[in-house]
Design a protein around this ligand. Structure first.
Ligand code: FDA
Length: 394
């Protein structure tokens, strides 16, 4: 058996960050991953440009059963710390809406940066390595059996991520290790994920595929996001939908404001005064794509002139435009989800260093735990912050 100080299972965002941090402390670090390539999710993230963090990261941008858990790690390794690292490596980036930071060129630069940091810190990375049995021996060391070699280590860091995108190698490995050592794992489900139509909705709205428009979407619990809404063949997507999917439960309606920033009643009254003979169809086409107007409203209603609409019809119209209530069939699931909600219960871990309270020397970092961020670079920031927190102690 070969002995190392720290074994990190998972060469993704959190695992690589943790490896570099522990390596710089002089720890002998080995990173194991069964994939052919390190940081595969980083490479495809942000449309290939990796939204690597956000200018403004707050605990409120995260979902976790214990809402205080993220505070310590986020405060000790901030988005500004990661931006400094990106700057030191000469990676150029730009800011998009809502403070999101993306590489100008390619997500490959973030992976190269992390691999360079690991190399400088003296951490070894072994890919294409299948992990077998993991146990703790009588000397209090972890034993990790792989298809290539057997290792013992003082600290074991689980950085195997969540279940989203199984075709990229996502696996429940981390949950199984947690359960093996007696840690509770909270039920998981897909997050930051598009919604799918019921069959009758599909017939009505499928032809709208490709339409994108600004919206404000509200979940049943009152959580609200103002971002783009996109119609797809399968259902609804776009940033607003991905964000609200984190707060949605099966069977619940979402409420969509199709005229964000406008007062529908006021706008309808204004049009009625200025062009009373205009058809409702043409009036609505001033604000919304014509195909959407025709799919949403009854033909006979659309053919009416504005001055033919009775007060109740105008009221209903305002409600439909500002609070279109729709119950979606479900989500596209882990196949296309960006994150996994739920996971290793944070009550089992120290918020300072991500170490198991029950099993000293066992750490969990990144998405494997019950911490998920909003869309906008928050999930990577959690990977960086939690990876550093564990790397400073492991
Ligand atoms: P991550 O999934 O990155 O790494 C886990 C590693 O463990 C992988 O290398 C995997 O091969 C390895 N592994 C798994 N099972 C194993 C096993 N049994 N044995 C050995 N190794 C194993 N976030 C963000 O902030 N900005 C963005 O732009 C995006 N964009 C984005 C796009 C898409 C399409 C997806 C799917 C996700 C995003 N995300 C994102 C989310 C982000 O990618 C995610 O939260 C982080 O990668 C999580 O980092 P981890 O290191 O925890 O897991």
């Amino acid at each position: 058996m070969e002995h190392v100080d720290v074994i990190i299972i998972g060469a993704g965002a959190a695992g690589l960050m943790c490896a570099a941090t522990a390596g710089y402390r002089g720890r002998n670090v080995l990173v194991l991953d069964n994939a052919k390539q390190a940081g595969k999710k980083i490479l495809i993230s942000g449309g290939g440009r990796c939204n690597f963090t956000n200018q403004k990261v707050e605990p409120a941008n995260f979902l976790c059963r214990n809402s205080h858990f993220v505070k310590s790690a986020l405060a000790r390794y901030r988005s500004s710390d990661f931006i400094d690292l990106v700057d030191r490596h000469g990676i150029e980036y730009h800011e998009r809406d809502h403070g999101q930071l993306f590489c100008n060129d390619s997500a490959k630069e973030i992976v190269s940066m992390l691999l360079t940091e690991c190399e400088w810190a003296g951490a070894t990375i072994k890919l294409r390595t299948e992990i077998g049995k993991v146990s703790k021996n009588a000397d209090g060391l972890f034993e990790v059996h792989t298809d290539k070699a057997q290792y013992t280590c003082q600290s074991l860091v689980i950085a195997t991520g969540g279940l989203s995108m199984p075709k990229l190698g996502a696996s429940p490995f981390g949950y199984h290790i947690a359960e093996q050592f007696g840690l509770q794992v909270l039920p998981t489900h897909a997050g930051l994920v598009p919604f799918t139509w019921h069959s009758e909705q599909k017939q009505r709205f499928e032809s709208l595929s490709g339409i994108a428009l600004p919206s404000t979407i509200t979940a049943k619990d009152g959580t609200q996001f103002s971002e783009a809404l996109l119609f797809t063949h399968r259902g609804l997507s776009g940033p607003a939908i991905l964000q609200i999917s984190n707060y949605w439960k099966p069977g619940e309606a979402i409420s969509i404001n199709l005229l964000p920033g406008k007062d529908a009643r006021c706008e309808i009254e204004k049009l009625l005064n200025n062009s009373p003979k205009q058809s409702l169809r043409n009036a609505l086409a001033l604000w919304l794509p014509k195909r959407l107007v025709e799919a949403l409203f009854d033909e006979a209603l659309l053919n009416k002139a504005l001055n033919q609409l009775v007060h109740a019809e105008r009221e209903q119209l305002a409600v439909d435009l500002e609070a279109w209530s729709i119950v979606m069939n479900g989500t596209e699931g882990y196949r296309t989800a960006e994150v996994t909600l739920g996971g290793v219960d944070t009550d089992e871990l120290s918020s300072k260093d991500m170490q198991s309270k029950k099993e000293p020397g066992l750490f969990f970092v990144g998405e494997v735990m019950d911490v998920s961020g909003w869309l906008g670079g928050f999930n990577f920031q959690w990977a960086w912050s939690s990876g550093v927190a564990a790397g400073q102690v492991a």
